[in-house]
Design a protein around this ligand. Structure first.
Ligand code: SAH
Ligand code: SF4
Length: 367
């Protein structure tokens, strides 16, 4: 039964060393094994010739490589975005997005199957919560993307996504950034996410350093406070969307549990303890949260906090009727933040919308 076998992607390097020792092997083999897993991105224990045959046999009997088979792969006509529908061992499915903009290769990874937070405009929220992902299932998404980047590909449609260079010479195109902004609420699955982060950061492996990993939360206050005490300095993004409790609850039901004043206090604690600025995300919905008054309210709310605001024009989802803010209104919003509050902001470019790979569009439909 493959399920009773341990998934190697669940293990930090130290835990894997201990596992080898438990099996009666020299823990030193972990070095080679780790390189096979995360540098050479091997997909089979048979393809690890430098490991002693006994170690390989033990791995084959008791362990598995939890690679996630692709159920569906879609390229956006924008030429910069590719979405993978990946199959988990129990038949559940998740989505992972590969983005390649101006030389930066980023994987947007999921932390749960579905999401329990129920944000009204989010396709993942609309599908409800099924389960947490294991650390190995989070890590496997990054491995999946890293492996895809190595394949010399005959590209579908547009070709700059993976093939700036001629086929076979993709060397140098490496996975550089991870955003925990796929399906699910990462701070609702705290321990698994942090373990995955440790594995992804390991300097002898994928080596996605602290500057390269961004975690986005809907505002799980206890999770933010816990993160404030961590030695893992990630970038933190907090999904705000509204500057008053009443308006926020209407969009983000989880705000009932973690009210806005407590959220802002937690953000302040996080920034004070870590010395880090937080990205505040604001999905711009026409006529709902995009007026000048709203911009002033955000500015007042974030006054004194080290902050950058990321404005995300609403992407369409089946379960929500709102429209995205037009670019004029978004610019006006930005100008108020900048001129009146010295608050830097960006407007997220709309990418991957045709394949439902944009923010908040991830669900698991096959079409
Ligand atoms: N659960 C986490 C991370 C995943 S969502 C969180 O909510 O922060 C990543 C970002 O996309 C969040 O800021 C989320 O609010 C935003 N988002 C969700 N649905 C969206 C939509 N339909 N259009 C634009 N942004 C959306
Ligand atoms: Fe969950 Fe984030 Fe979607 Fe809200 S926006 S439902 S927290 S994934």
């Amino acid at each position: 039964m493959s399920h009773s076998r341990i998934n190697l992607y669940d293990f930090t390097r130290e835990a894997l060393r201990q596992q080898l020792v438990r099996w009666g092997f020299n823990g030193m083999h972990v070095r080679r094994l780790w390189a096979y897993l995360y540098l050479e991105l091997k997909d089979s224990f048979d393809d690890m010739p430098d490991l002693p045959a006994k170690v390989r046999a033990r791995l084959t009997a008791g362990a598995r490589l939890g690679l996630l088979p692709t159920a569906l792969e879609t390229d956006s006509s924008d030429g910069f975005t590719r979405k993978y529908l990946l199959a988990l061992a129990d038949g559940e499915r998740i989505e992972t997005v590969l983005m390649r903009y101006s030389g930066r290769v980023t994987a947007c990874v999921s932390s749960q199957v579905g999401c329990a937070m129920g944000c009204v405009f989010c396709a993942t929220g609309q599908m409800g919560y099924t389960r947490h992902l294991t650390p190995g299932e989070i890590v496997a998404q990054a491995v999946h993307v890293a492996r895809a980047l190595r394949e010399p590909r005959t590209t579908v449609g547009t070709c700059h996504l993976l093939g700036d260079k001629s086929p076979g010479s993709d060397a140098g195109v490496r996975l550089r950034n991870i955003v925990l902004m796929g399906m699910g609420e990462p701070l609702h699955n705290y321990d698994a996410v942090m373990q995955a982060v440790d594995i992804l950061r390991d300097p002898g492996g994928l080596a996605l350093g602290s500057e390269r990993i961004t975690l986005s939360t809907v505002g799980v206050v206890p999770g933010i406070l816990r993160l404030a005490g961590e030695k893992r300095p990630l970038h933190l993004a907090v999904s705000l969307h509204a500057a008053t409790q009443a308006e926020r609850v209407a969009l983000v039901p989880a705000a009932k549990k973690w009210p806005l004043d407590e959220l802002i206090a937690a953000c302040r604690t996080y920034s004070e303890r870590t010395g880090r600025r937080i990205f505040y995300e604001w999905t711009l919905i026409e006529g709902k949260n995009d007026s000048p008054e709203h911009a002033y309210a955000v500015g007042r709310l974030l006054r004194g906090l080290p902050a950058q605001v990321n404005l995300i024009p609403l992407n369409p989802t089946a379960g929500y009727a709102g429209a995205p803010t037009r670019s004029e209104a978004a610019k006006r919003f930005q100008k108020i933040l900048a001129d009146e509050f010295k608050l830097p902001s960006t407007v997220r470019q709309r990418r991957g919308i045709d394949i439902a790979a944009g923010c908040g569009q991830l669900a698991v439909a096959e079409a």
